[in-house]
Design a protein around this ligand. Structure first.
Ligand SMILES: [Zn+2]
Length: 147
């Protein structure tokens, strides 16, 4: 069974929560209005950021929360904002934990899967020489993440 997905920033790693810019769904009505996304039962749960709650209370909150939630849960959503580096747009996505891919890489290397040969040849290496090296396991995990 696969583990629950987590938010991951390419720079900061796994995150407890992310920010979602309301502008993407509400245009000017929700410009600069931020929502906080967390993972609950493998889905993105959304609440208004406390700083924006006063303004948000003047709108149809139920409707907009549903819209933002639907948007945040669309397949392949990757435009969350990282609260640590404040980067967004393709940097933060909801995906399986890195540990899952590292474990899968370890198994692939033990079993000499095709992906192991693909990664080694892509790096100009021979599998037998690099299969025990930590960087090679990371490289195989990187490749598995993109498949
Ligand atoms: Zn970050």
């Amino acid at each position: 069974m696969k583990p629950a997905r987590v938010f991951r920033c390419v720079d900061c790693g796994e995150l407890e929560s992310v920010l979602i810019n309301g502008y993407t769904v509400g245009d000017r009505l929700l410009e600069d209005v931020l929502f906080v996304g967390t993972v609950e039962k493998n889905k993105v749960a959304v609440v208004i950021q406390p700083e924006c709650a006063t303004y948000f209370a003047t709108l149809n909150q139920k409707k907009w929360l549903a819209v933002v939630k639907r948007y945040a849960n669309r397949p392949m959503a990757d435009d969350f904002i990282c609260p640590k580096c404040e980067e967004g747009g393709g940097v933060v996505s909801l995906m399986l934990p890195r540990s899952y891919y590292l474990e899968a890489a370890k198994k692939a290397i033990e079993k000499n899967d095709d992906v192991v040969y693909d990664v080694a040849s892509g790096k100009g290496q021979i599998v037998g020489n690099v299969k025990h090296m930590p960087w090679f396991r990371e490289a195989v995990a990187d490749e598995l993440e993109t498949r």
